[in-house]
Design a protein around this ligand. Structure first.
Ligand code: NOJ
Length: 533
């Protein structure tokens, strides 16, 4: 395998450790729990899901104000998740199965309990003072500028600390003070954090808010948000600042020193032309940058086609796309695409799975997506997240038991109401289940050069159908996805394609995998097919 192959051509599976598998009955998922489920993820045979890598959301010591994205110690494991020895064992067991491991790297901010911040806030002349962003109040007592937290519930991005009578900056919660990346000591310390995990053997990192870190040194006021357009977020001065690219190049140099490791950045920028700058002019920044376009698009064939075509157009030569349908910050695909009847979401989630696993680019799956898990119902008294993200974080549904096979104790978030029927155990042996579909598509992708690294070209569509070709050498595949709930027909023959092909995969388990006419290719409601030409 050549350098870089694994992260370009593999499937990466996101695990939110708190919700994946509890091993000790405390209701909270943990690292030994993840280790115990590795065979499910990939045991080397098509009985397993077959993913090539896992990305673990943070498992570091943390007061959990933002469930681990407020890190109090970058180089240890939170007691509720286990120990460093548990992590080493997880890594060893994953590698034994050929599964790579990415850890979450959170460089923009620490927890307010991190010793660096504790020192920083202790006095104005503490050596760590400048590791964070402290400013005097204005004459009227208000904060230095108008920057807002990303969490609307928080409001402003500054909190006044009475002990030293200054404000500190936090782009998220007040418990997540922003580091001052203009300070070279901060850069060196965070490089040490990277080295700590790379030396332990991790295969890469997911970088939290990789478009943050650097900001206007003059801390100018952001302009008011525009209705639309490039600066629609209104965040001209507090994100996507040019210096961030220097910081990312520093990470890249460090990673390159370790050989075949990688970084995928969470770049919360929805304008593809701006997003692709994060690969670096000399492709010397991020290996991969999340493209979150699918998370906000309406369920329409033309919307998905336009977005993929646009991304393919603006992607610099040599850069590699990624796609994702959900993560721990967004409603799950199954729920997002539900038309309100409780059934269409699952049918559409199947079509979305085929899309994700047949596009040119690295697919990122979010644990639970493969069983069509819906957002959980979280009653007001159980809400724990300040930003409304509990529903997509409810525990993974392994079986129909009381704790869904996730825990023998009381789960930290309620188990989804459908767990008795929507779970791994119920779907594992059912060839028509969405889990079987995911498994088949992932293994099919492994065996197909066209899907793993072939070219992509969308072709003229029938209304409601997104169709594209994937080609490598003599392998030619046509993927046709019906986004509508009525049958559709795509006249592939008239597009210069052969008049007959062989259906090799369908989202409809009942569809025969056999030769079929392409002039026209008939698709059932909400059906996607992969046809070999
Ligand atoms: C992005 C993470 O995905 C999210 O969960 C977190 O709240 C913020 N960054 C802050 O770290």
């Amino acid at each position: 395998m050549a350098v870089g192959d694994w992260w370009r051509h593999g499937v990466i599976y996101q695990i939110y450790p708190r919700s994946f598998q509890d091993s000790n009955g405390d209701g909270i998922g943990d690292l030994p729990g993840i280790t115990s489920r590795l065979d499910y993820l990939n045991d080397g045979t098509p009985v397993s899901l077959g993913v090539d890598a896992i990305w673990l959301s943070p498992f570091y010591p943390s007061p959990m104000a933002d469930f681990g994205y407020d890190v109090a110690d970058y180089c240890d494991v939170a007691p509720e998740y286990g120990t460093l020895a548990d992590f080493d064992e997880l890594l060893r067991q994953a590698h034994r199965r050929g599964i790579r491991v990415l850890v979450d790297f959170v460089p923009n901010h620490t927890s307010d309990r991190h010793p660096w911040f504790q020192a920083s806030r202790s006095s104005r002349d503490n050596p760590y003072r400048d590791w964070y962003v402290w400013r005097d109040p204005k004459l009227d007592g208000s904060p230095r500028n108008n920057w807002r937290s990303y969490f609307p519930a928080v409001g402003g991005a500054w909190t006044f600390d009475a002990a030293t009578a200054q404000y500190y900056l936090h782009s998220f919660l007040p418990q997540q003070p922003d580091l001052n990346w203009w300070n070279p000591e901060v850069r060196a310390a965070m490089h040490d954090v990277l080295r700590f995990w790379l030396d332990r053997g991790v295969d890469g990192v997911r970088i939290d808010v990789a478009h943050k870190m650097a900001r206007d040194p003059d801390l100018r006021d952001n302009p008011p948000p525009l209705a639309s357009g490039e600066s629609s977020s209104g965040r001209r001065y507090d994100e996507d600042w040019p210096e961030v690219h220097t910081i990312l190049r520093g990470f890249r140099r460090l990673l390159d020193g370790y050989g075949d490791r990688m970084a995928v950045g969470e770049v919360g920028i929805y304008d593809p032309a701006r997003l692709v700058r994060y690969f670096g002019e000399a492709l010397d920044e991020l290996h991969l940058a999340f493209n979150f376009a699918f998370l906000t698009q309406p369920w329409r064939a033309d919307a998905f086609r336009d977005s993929v075509d646009l991304y393919e157009r603006v992607l610099p030569a040599g850069a590699w796309p990624t796609y994702t349908l959900s993560n721990h910050d967004n409603p799950r695909a199954r729920s997002r695409y539900d038309g309100g009847d409780g059934r269409s979401g699952l049918r559409r989630a199947r079509v979305a799975a085929m899309l994700l696993l047949t596009l040119r680019g690295t697919p990122f799956l979010y644990a639970g997506e493969e069983i069509g898990q819906a957002d959980g119902e979280v009653p007001p008294e159980r809400v724990v997240d300040v930003h409304g993200r509990d529903p997509e974080r409810t525990p993974l549904q392994w079986d129909g038991s009381r704790g869904a096979g996730f825990t023998t104790g009381d789960p930290w978030l309620p188990i989804g109401s459908e767990a008795a029927s929507v779970n791994v155990a119920a779907q594992r042996d059912d060839p028509a289940s969405i889990l079987s579909l995911y498994r088949q598509l992932i293994w099919y992708r492994k065996g197909s050069a066209a899907l793993r690294w072939g070219s992509y070209r969308s072709i003229g569509t029938a209304p409601g159908v997104f169709a594209f070709l994937r080609e490598a050498g003599t392998e030619r595949l046509l993927v046709a996805l019906n986004f509508g709930d009525e049958p559709a027909a795509l006249d592939a023959g008239s597009l210069g394609l052969p008049s007959v092909g062989r259906v090799e995969r369908s989202t409809e388990a009942a569809r025969p995998l056999a030769a079929c006419p392409l002039a026209p290719l008939e698709l059932g409601p909400d059906e996607g097919v992969v046809v070999r030409l």
